[in-house]
Ligand binder design. Structure first.
Ligand code: SIN
Ligand code: CO
Length: 389
């Protein structure tokens, strides 16, 4: 069992894909990714959409685009039992947080830093259904899971692109068709940010996996950094006078420079890494109860002795680390920062990079007490768990 990142997308090496297409232009990759069977049964997907912690939508394509209805989740049995003589789509966000097979599939996209990989959305559509022409602000791989879908690619958009009047859907008013593809299972389409796209299901059952990436907006970077820093700064610290302007109505250049210096003083590599580590690993579902049964050192030792099974990162848990000057590192997990001494780094690196360690390979990584202690902390918080495979 491995969650190793992909080395190829179809015939393309990952290196070729990153150099020629990533964040530049769309590409349709036939047989881009291999999977044996559907990642999730349609019934199970519908079941997830009933759960309150799962984000889902059902879009009904009845009548004109402006009349399309959106039912926001959690959905009910009635939403599924309703007879519809028009096309419809069920979209379920973040399925990787709930289904181990989907989590493992998403892990294959860590040929990019894992903090960039956001979630895997799955849509189920009936023939003729689609969510309309739109653009997303992030990179996305649209992978055909079951059936067939036609994808059309349009123009590059921006925040001024005209939208149709609709309360719940951001549909583009104009769509300038440039390319068109029909995807079969395993085919994938990469769409860079801001590029218009429109999909229509061509088969009675059409399932699409969409792998979405995170890229915080510049505004988000500035506000969340400032929020994080402000928590550490005493309210007693106040701005100082830097020499007054000749006129009392004027703000002096010296005042502006003083304010800029105050801000610059906060922008250190340590502060930025600490904020970004916490921010980029914030829990997708903060309310999710992940508590595992607490394990003690004796139980851990006996698992290691048995040398059976694997240690896994729990579904939906985000991990990242940065190195410290002393040879230790800081592990960021679900928005928290955990300092790790040098003795624990080999284990922490392995779990944060691989997301899965065979138990029979664990022993050398956790020989030192500090590493075992770290494993127990992470396990007992529910961030890691032992499984058969
Ligand atoms: C879909 O799966 O129907 C929509 C995915 C997307 O366009 O981002
Ligand atoms: Co989209």
């Amino acid at each position: 069992m491995t969650m190793a990142p992909l080395t190829h997308l179809g015939e393309l090496t990952v290196g070729e894909f990153l150099a020629d297409y990533w964040q530049q232009k769309p590409v349709c990759i036939r047989k881009g990714i291999a999977f044996q069977e559907a990642l999730i049964a349609v019934d199970e997907l519908a079941g997830l959409a009933l759960e309150p912690e799962v984000e889902s939508r059902l879009i009904e394509n009845r009548g004109d685009l402006k009349d399309w209805q959106v039912i926001h989740g959690p959905l009910t049995e009635d939403d599924f039992n309703k007879e519809r003589d028009f096309p419809w789509t069920l979209l379920v966000q973040g399925v990787d947080c709930f289904v181990p097979e989907v989590h493992d599939f998403l892990a294959k996209f860590r040929f990019l830093p894992s903090w960039r990989v956001d979630d895997l959305m799955i849509s189920y559509a009936t023939k003729g259904a689609g969510v309309g022409a739109h653009y997303d602000r992030y990179d996305v791989f649209l992978i055909q899971g079951e059936g067939q879908r036609q994808w059309q690619i349009g123009q590059t958009c921006n925040e001024n692109s005209a939208l149709m009047a609709h309360d719940h859907l951001s549909l583009l008013a104009d769509f300038e068709l440039s390319e068109e593809f029909i995807l079969n299972p395993g085919d994938m389409l990469y769409i860079p940010p801001l590029l218009a796209h429109k999909g229509v299901a061509m088969s009675d059952v059409c399932v699409t996996y969409s792998v979405g990436f995170r890229s915080p907006s510049h505004g988000d970077v500035l506000t969340t950094f400032a929020d994080e820093r402000s928590m550490d700064i005493s309210a007693d610290l106040r701005i100082k006078d830097h020499g007054f302007a000749a006129n009392s109505g004027e703000i002096s250049a010296a005042d502006v420079e003083g304010l800029m210096q105050l801000m610059r003083d906060q922008i250190t590599p340590e502060n930025v890494a600490q904020w970004f580590g916490k921010h980029s690993t914030e829990a997708k579902h903060p309310g999710l109860d992940m508590a595992e049964e607490a394990m003690d050192l004796a139980e851990l030792d006996s698992i290691i002795n048995d040398a059976y099974g694997v240690l896994r990162v729990s579904e939906g848990v985000r991990l990242a680390y940065t190195w410290q000057g002393d040879g230790g590192l800081t592990l960021f997990v679900q928005g928290d920062a955990l300092p790790c001494p040098p003795d624990a780094t080999a284990f922490v690196e392995a779990i944060a990079n691989q997301w899965l360690i065979a138990v029979d390979e664990l022993d050398p990584l956790v020989k030192k007490d500090a590493a075992k202690a770290m494993l127990l902390i992470l396990h007992n918080q529910g961030y890691l768990y032992f499984a058969d495979e």
